[in-house]
Design a binder for this molecule. Structure first.
Ligand code: SF4
Ligand code: SF4
Length: 364
């Protein structure tokens, strides 16, 4: 495993982080906690979670794993969690619950979570949430005050320029890097820590070799290597969060890190030129659009619409029917409230995607 210093914190964090948002059986706490301790045994010391992840079980699973890691008292590990609350009182309640669930006295990296739209940071400041984070830091309940965002690069720069935070967590991958690259540059220039989520584009990269095969620059690379090595080559990034489902996921990702050979300038050029603007418009399958008032599984349709933007030979109809088990007719219930668009982490025009899907199906 490789390690680098998170910003100016003195903490050496692993190149891969455990993203606690994809536990396959979240109610089997001990079994899932064993996956986390396996990651730690493989050198992964950055553990990321949040209230609400995995049917609200993620922090509990991490807490169970942390109990075990504390008992071993071997290498240090670092805990990251989040709150999207606006008021000081609400944030404090989130923080105290996270401390209890995670079984720690201090959260290493506490994120002002889900800055989705420009102006959201003003709400968190005016509501008292940011000040509450600073107060908790003075009390020793938080080590480092950080933020997570789905804003585009120039808007991330504006948040960074407020000089409130020691690190940033943002979505970034080999195919959509241009969308948030300015954020990484600004964070690095300020000496902040940088953690990226969604390094595999929600699985889109590894599942669509026909479109993204150009990421395999070296003969012996597979698609996972292609996605991860692009990010490993970027030294301004400290941690790449992967949503591990099981021990096999961990072993293959760690092996990929171990096999990494830095790219030459020419190879970087090939990688960067393979990506294009349309890849910014891909759904990452994050499911933040899940609170539809008429229960449409929005992400299943938008993820399927990715097929219209990348060529992988699979038909939209088959993907809806066999992969997701949904029918296009479910969209008839949509009341056009646009709640899903407001929540979308990639700022996608979801209703337009629905229309594109319908048109594609009509064309056959
Ligand atoms: S716009 Fe349609 S799909 Fe989106 S949340 Fe509203 S009803 Fe659901
Ligand atoms: S439509 Fe947007 S919010 Fe929903 S899964 Fe895709 S990227 Fe995430």
């Amino acid at each position: 495993m490789r390690y680098s210093e998170y910003g100016k914190t003195g903490k050496m964090v692993s190149a891969l982080g455990f993203g606690g948002m994809r536990f396959s059986e979240p109610h089997k706490t001990d079994e899932m906690a064993a996956i986390v301790t396996h990651a730690y045994d493989k050198g992964i010391n950055y553990l990321d979670t949040a209230p609400g992840y995995c049917e609200d079980q993620s922090e509990i699973i991490m807490g169970r794993a942390i109990t075990e890691l504390k008992r071993r008292a071997e290498l240090p590990f670092y805990v990251s969690t989040k709150s999207m609350k606006v008021t000081a009182d609400d944030l404090r309640r989130d923080l105290e619950r996270s401390l209890r669930r995670l079984n720690v006295d201090t959260i290493d990296f506490y994120h002002c979570w889900y800055l989705l739209k420009p102006g959201e940071i003003d709400k968190r400041i005016a509501g008292g949430a940011v000040e509450a984070m600073m107060r908790a830091q003075e009390e020793g309940l938080i080590n480092h005050v950080t933020f997570s965002t789905h804003l585009p690069g120039p808007e991330i720069v504006k948040v960074i320029d407020r000089d409130l935070f020691e690190g940033v967590l943002l979505g970034y991958s080999a195919i959509n890097f241009r969308y948030r690259e300015e954020g990484i540059s600004a964070a690095s220039a300020k000496g902040m820590g940088v953690v990226v989520m969604n390094p595999l584009g929600g699985g889109t990269i590894v599942n669509n070799e026909e479109s993204f095969g150009y990421l395999k620059v070296h003969e012996n690379q597979n698609m996972l290597d292609g996605a991860l090595h692009f990010l490993l080559n970027e030294e301004r990034i400290n941690v790449r969060l992967v949503g591990f489902r099981d021990k096999h996921d961990i072993d293959t990702a760690v092996a990929s890190v171990d096999s990494f050979v830095p790219y030459t300038a020419d190879e970087i050029q090939i990688l960067r030129s393979g990506s294009n603007e349309k890849f910014n418009a891909l759904c990452t399958g994050c499911t933040y659009c899940k609170d539809c008032p008429v229960d449409i599984p929005v992400w299943k349709f938008v993820e399927t619409a990715n097929l219209l933007y990348i060529k992988d030979g699979e038909s939209v109809k088959d993907h809806l029917k066999y992969y997701w088990g949904v029918s296009i007719n479910e969209l008839d219930a949509c009341i056009n409230c646009r709640k899903c668009e407001e929540a979308c982490t990639q700022h996608l025009p979801i209703l337009d995607r629905f229309e594109e899907l319908k048109a594609a199906l009509k064309e056959g």
